[in-house]
Design a protein around this ligand. Sequence first.
Ligand code: SAM
Length: 236
Amino acid sequence: LYVEPDLVAGGQVALGKEQSLYLAAVLRKSVGDEVVLFNGRDGAWLARLVSDAKKSVVLALVERIAVQTPASDLWYGFAPLKTERLDYVIQKAVEMGAGTIQPVLTRFTQVSRLKHERLVANAIEAAEQCEVLSVPRVEPEVTLERLLDGWPAERVLVFADEGEASSSPVAALEGLKGRQVGLLIGPEGGFSDEERARLRALPFVVPVSLGPRILRADTAAVAALAVIQATIGDWR
Ligand code: SAM
């Protein structure tokens, strides 16, 4: 369970109403039961319920059971999609190991106003589910232009481009081992010709094909993250 407070030996954590209800009423946890807590900074902690009041559960920290893992360096930028698909891409990006999630507004992006708290809540829920101890950062939306103007030259930007000659991206990605990497996926309507031309002309951009079919933007995100993880990911 993700919580905000610091997690330290001998400490206690009082949950808010929503999480208290979830533990006490949905999971039916009662005094003495154990729960694992994390806050994105202090590793994972075993905690025991000392109050199971439905609106104010209190947990006593027992012991740290895992050290904090470093945040993933993988940057993932995508043009926001409509609500359901947006929830999906945030969830999948966390599961697939993105460390920073950046909504990018492009010419054909159909959604421009995002509920940032909703995206953050989705990222936290996904981190809980897949036991990522450092919750990925969800950045406020930025236009493609501003993003590219401020892009750090040392980071490679893998651009999923359905117009790229359809050959396997594996060789291109393997050449990026050890580099800082970002991934950019376009909106439902794709990138405009001007955006594609600008992206392809930039020295830090590596265009890749995900095969000869046009994938939905959400599918493209999962496919590209899987190929990136399989080629230059953090398997040991
Ligand atoms: N209209 C569909 C939708 O609603 O999602 C497909 C949109 S597709 C143009 C969206 C983005 O997915 C593209 O801008 C590109 O980044 C990525 N994409 C889709 N198919 C791809 C492929 N075969 N190779 C590389 N990137 C692809």
